[in-house]
Design a protein around this ligand. Sequence first.
Ligand code: SF4
Ligand code: SF4
Length: 484
Amino acid sequence: MNRRNFIKTLGGSLIASSAVLSACKKQQSSSESILTDIRQPEQGTMTYRTHPQSGDQVSLLGYGMMRLPVVGNGSARDNQSAEIDQEMVNRQVDYAIEHGVNYFDTSPRYCQGRSEQATGIALSRHRRNKYFIATKLSNFSWDTWSRSASQQMFRDSLRLLQVDYIDYLLLHGVGMHAQDAQGNELTGWQAFEKRYMENGILDWLVEQQKQGKIRHLGFSYHGDIEVFDRLLQWHDEGKYHWDFVQIELNYLDWNYANEINARNTDAEYLYDELQKRNIMSVIMEPLLGGRLAKVPDFVVAKMKTRRPEDSIARWAFRFAGTPEKVLTVLSGMTYMEHLRENVQTYSPLQPITSEENEFLMEIAKDIYNLKAVPCNECNYCMPCPYGLNIPAIFGNYNKMLNEGYTPQPPDMQASSKEQKEYFARRRKFLISYNRTVARERQADHCIGCNHCVPHCPQRINIPAEMARIDQYVESIKRIGGNNI
Ligand code: SF4
Ligand code: SF4
């Protein structure tokens, strides 16, 4: 599109936005309290972004409630028996609000179905005009596709969150594949039709928005780009209006998402498509599931040379928060220290300069060239019917790769120094693998059944990656045997 057409399109979408705004105001006249409820930020230095239609002042740091703290060990996200530490959730939510964070993002699916309740308990101790709640219609499973089951999911969200309206409601994970009751795999578009169209739920949600029970309607996107494009086409045609869209954005995915996995789309494309329609982006995976906080040692050295005081994670958060049409950047913060650091990063944001942007694009190239598995350990693929611990296998492999412990077996001409180095690294890899993943749950037990593949939002070809890791492990076992 040339510049003239681009400006024309932008102008058109701005006019459309104003029309929607006035329509929206009319719709909400019966809910005056909502309209007068445009949040005033807490005193402090947090950076805020303004929603162009509602005028909401949203903190650039959004609190993702998917990795809540637990009593003792374990992970609330993955394990139903790990007890959520409600007292700590309350304290962290209090700290966040005191420091200007006002966007809290949850889902009926997070923390094994317990996040909304814990979030509701913590937030209901504050005045309703101090926070925005984002939650999702997470009807992934075929037994929640009926109209009544999906409606019940929305009503349960209101009840558990102890509110009578949701500020930001998302269709959850559009574009992802799904399995129907017979076990057939559905494409992203087929799944979208089953989850939101055939049951009339999208129209019902629009109705809820008119009644003031939803203030902004949007979707979170992972997967088939066809679905993202079609939903934006509907927006252009006026069939449905999206107030915001949640996308994965970080400095690696900006230009390499598609290179890493041909089924994924670069964040630059997603963001540009939204910003030219004046649709605000909510950012997920600013750290790519923690991978961008655990970058290889040589990358750490480069970053520390430029900004010695900054953590590695801060670079990624600054990148994600810099584009102007980013409404908020979500971070799932289990520990107070992460919350404190992220609050600091955005109080206020120091935008990435163009020179720093070039530097991060070079860093992205370095990380891409390592060929790590793009797993963010979300656990959606679990359980594997054959007992594999998929996220742990990928997590360990990536960690070893980052730390330089994935040596290639030496050739016949290798010096004794090189051989010694190989054996030391090989030992480190194998010890770590066996400690992290029980032997009967390792990559060699994958039978390639494909059961896990449709569940992966990163669209990883899991059996192929298992085969790659298994081949690697076998190759280093061949040179050195089973001795560690
Ligand atoms: S393809 Fe492999 S990892 Fe995936 S479910 Fe089947 S056995 Fe498990
Ligand atoms: S393989 Fe995919 S679904 Fe499984 S943990 Fe990794 S990113 Fe999540």
